[in-house]
Ligand binder design. Sequence first.
Ligand SMILES: NC(=O)c1ccc[n+]([C@@H]2O[C@H](COP(=O)([O-])OP(=O)(O)OC[C@H]3O[C@@H](n4cnc5c(N)ncnc54)[C@H](O)[C@@H]3O)[C@@H](O)[C@H]2O)c1
Ligand SMILES: [Zn+2]
Ligand SMILES: [Zn+2]
Length: 370
Amino acid sequence: MKSRAAVAFAAGQPLQVVEIDVEPPRAGEVLVRITHTGVCHTDAFTLSGEDPEGLFPVVLGHEGAGVVVEVGEGVTSLQPGDHVIPLYTAECRECKFCLSGKTNLCQKVRATQGRGLMPDGTSRLSYQGRMLHHYMGTSTFSEYTVVPEISLAKIHPEAPHEKVCLLGCGVTTGIGAVHNTAKVKPGDTVAVFGLGGIGLAVIQGARQARAGRVIGIDTNPGKFELARQMGATDVVNPRDHARPIQDVIVEMTDGGVDFSFECIGNVDVMRSALECCHKGWGESVIIGVAGAGQEIRTRPFQLVTGRVWRGSAFGGVKGRTQLPGMVEQAMRGEIELDPFVTHTLPLERINEAFELMHAGESIRTVIHFD
Ligand SMILES: NC(=O)c1ccc[n+]([C@@H]2O[C@H](COP(=O)([O-])OP(=O)(O)OC[C@H]3O[C@@H](n4cnc5c(N)ncnc54)[C@H](O)[C@@H]3O)[C@@H](O)[C@H]2O)c1
Ligand SMILES: [Zn+2]
Ligand SMILES: [Zn+2]
């Protein structure tokens, strides 16, 4: 079938909105009509060419919501008409990782997903006879996309897609990192580096966890008002200080924070985020994705003296099991999505979403297909 899609033909080039061909779903696969998709920094990262796993030509997009159109052979958990959020972290419920009870990093489709292909090693997407890569197993910048059954969370049929699409990545990543990875407790002091969609979701999660002080850090002061509205008790611009930012935070917090979160993808900031943690127990969670070949550094003494460095992908959330509940929390207002949606655009104007992001003007632009 034909589908309108924004295709990334080459790194560093704007997307082109064209009509692509989408093949029907094969065994274990599902054809989904995407209604809305957010644009995340990770899409921009891959488009820039800095992502070592980046493949072109490709249909990007991984923060979507849609409706099942057709299911392939053997698909039992979904049927046409079901409302879904595509998952870039699948949940097969049978691999070693899924069964461990310790991680959300299902490996069932990981290898082929990383190569931009469906689990059988081929693509369902093409343009004028030329194969297009899938992206993160989701490719939500296409009106129709094919996704493995195990990479779809079935959500409440009345959920507002134009908002809950953000639970496909950004908001879940931030909120989940607070509850699942860090396990923030009432009264804890939290530092959040980077106040984009991810950092603001961390702030919202910290407020849910009834954290004490929540310090938002960003070099763009334009982000501070929203951060305060969402629950930051303090905001700090590193550019206002001559000293390293970790020294500033340690002084502000009588020795350091209980938890810090890096939501930028900058390895120098990752170091600051670790070193602003309290001696003996402070934990730093890396969420940001750094460029190819970059490495983190600190003195080992930082860890010897009790600080902990960890990381989090998709907020540690098991998508099929936990995401439907988060969608219902959003429908009840327990997760607030409205503040994240700063812009809404039709697919034809998707490149403006990247421009708004790079200019620091948007938190999330939601793209609609109608
Ligand atoms: N681990 C995961 O599962 C996961 C999921 C989604 C996104 N990510 C990553 O999270 C990061 C953030 O994503 P986003 O969509 O919120 O991005 P964003 O671009 O909207 O936000 C980043 C923020 O960091 C600020 N910033 C940049 N450099 C800074 C510095 N040196 N000091 C302080 N602030 C600085 C920017 O002003 C901006 O407000 C990206 O690296 C993205 O790839 C990871
Ligand atoms: Zn994302
Ligand atoms: Zn699995």
